[in-house]
Design a protein around this ligand. Structure first.
Ligand SMILES: [Zn+2]
Length: 143
């Protein structure tokens, strides 16, 4: 029964991890030209972190022995660390412009999809309504 439960939960977790990835794929298709090494690494990072999550989950469910868990976990940690390192290297020198463009686009898309705006009582700039303080001047926003 416990195994069945773990299987169901595991499937749900896997689904939750995969669905956003597929969604991202679709939106990425239009911007595929801009895909950089950094993007690839970001996805690799998500996969690696997802694997670690799955591993932790299976361990908690009792599917893995301590020994196996720690062995695989340390291998995955090494892999994750190397991906993080690669990302850092790229962010340190390479295509910062593309990085910033992507970051801005992502934020635009996010703010479009999400919360209504609220204007700052002090400087009048527009802030997402989830903000407690103005991003421009730091004044407290009135809700
Ligand atoms: Zn302000």
């Amino acid at each position: 029964m416990l195994y069945l439960l773990c299987g169901i939960l595991g499937g749900a977790v896997l689904g939750a991890v995969c669905i956003p990835l597929f969604k991202r794929e679709e939106t990425l298709e239009s911007a595929i030209i801009e895909e950089t090494q950094w993007d690839l690494l970001q996805r690799k990072k998500e996969v690696v972190l997802g694997n670690i999550q799955d591993l932790d989950f299976e361990y908690k469910c009792g599917k893995l022995s301590d020994e196996d868990y720690h062995k695989i976990r340390s291998e995955m940690s090494v892999e994750a660390a190397s991906v993080f390192q690669e990302i850092e290297n790229i962010e340190a020198d390479a295509d910062l412009d593309a990085l910033i463009r992507r970051e801005i686009n992502a934020r635009k898309a996010k703010s479009k999809a999400a919360v209504p705006a609220i204007s700052c009582p002090s400087c009048g700039s527009s802030n997402p309504a989830t903000n407690k303080f103005c991003a421009e001047c730091g004044a407290k926003l009135k809700h």
